[in-house]
Design a protein around this ligand. Structure first.
Ligand code: SF4
Length: 321
């Protein structure tokens, strides 16, 4: 194991989720621990690529931290964040513990790569929504886009999603990430649509690389193309909007902003919406954190994103080695 998630900070947000509204995030694995190393990942490159499930953190710590943040009134509690959550062998215990606390829906955002394993399917059984990904129509593009752990087979991953959907009583929302010039072209979208239909999800959601990606050659598909491609899916796909409604009235501190930014690059509007603070307050706090070197400002597709300086430093170090 390269780094442990500190028990002091497993829960973050609520953050503005493009799919779920104000989402209270729960991190169950160390930062950038995943079965994939996607070229579009907003966390940067994967630092620990593994398929070995472990109890990375104590489930009771995660549940206690969720309890402490319920007053933030999230729309959903999402097991997601710093890596692939199904790599936690006790994910079922975390879900069960949260369900005892609250009726707020529990969602699991997963790349879907381990859904072929019966133990993973059992662990997710009590979640309300499971959101797996399907980014490639064949093994060649799977290798190119997702850069999976060497033991993962494309056909097994697809079969795993299908097996999960058949046994699961909650809702499966399939996310399809389209990349310009790679899968964001008609012939590949048609193949993806065929494959997505085989998995028969309740909803299909089209996404593209709107945030700074792990690899600089990744580019987003235009909004117009996404809308046109959405009609090729059955059921018709939804194009996921980029931001969520802004909120409320709590005062976010430096630690809240850094915790949010260490998980995903955010615009000022994202910070304001996710932490429920005024736009001006978010801008002032982010500007101060840039001045002290804790954040960096990056531009991607003409939009400005704040990124935790620790995350970019780690990426640069990895590129050098
Ligand atoms: S995008 Fe998701 S699945 Fe891909 S490397 Fe990042 S955390 Fe893993």
């Amino acid at each position: 194991m390269s780094e442990a998630v500190g028990a002091e900070q497993l829960v973050y947000g609520p953050v503005p989720s493009r799919r779920l509204g104000r989402s209270l995030g729960v991190d169950l694995v160390p930062l950038r621990t995943c079965t994939y190393d996607c070229v579009y990942c907003q966390l940067g490159r994967t630092t620990l690529k593994t398929v070995r499930r472990q109890r990375w953190v104590d489930p009771s710590d995660a549940v206690a931290q969720v309890r402490a943040r319920l007053e933030s009134e999230p729309d959903v509690i999402a097991l997601a964040g710093s890596g692939e959550p199904t790599l936690h062998a006790g994910i079922g215990d975390v879900i069960a513990g949260i369900k005892q606390l609250t009726s707020v829906p529990v969602a699991v955002i997963t790349n879907g790569s381990l859904l072929g394993r019966p133990a993973v399917r059992r662990g997710l059984a009590d979640a309300d929504i499971v959101l797996p990904s399907l980014d490639a129509p064949d093994d060649g593009l799977f290798q190119l886009i997702n850069r999976p752990h060497r033991t993962l087979r494309f056909d097994d991953v697809v079969d795993g999603i299908i097996a999960f959907r058949k046994s699961y009583r909650g809702q499966v929302w399939l996310e399809v990430m389209l990349l310009a010039g790679v899968t964001g072209i008609l012939a590949e979208v048609e193949r993806l649509a065929e494959l997505a239909a085989r998995t028969a999800p309740a909803r299909i959601q089209l996404n593209t690389a709107v945030r700074p990606p792990a690899e600089s050659f990744v580019a987003p598909v235009s909004a117009g193309s996404l809308q046109a491609f959405a009609r090729l899916f059955t059921p018709n796909a939804e194009v996921i909007a980029d931001t969520a409604p802004s909120g409320a009235d709590r005062v976010a501190g430096r630690a809240d902003i850094l915790a949010l930014l260490s998980r995903r690059p955010c615009t000022v509007a994202d910070i304001a919406a996710g932490l429920g603070i005024h736009h001006g307050e978010a801008l002032k706090a982010a500007t101060a954190l840039v001045a002290e070197g804790a954040l960096e400002l990056h531009t991607h597709e003409d939009r400005s994103f704040y990124v935790a300086a620790s995350a970019t430093a780690e990426n640069r170090e990895k590129e050098r080695s």
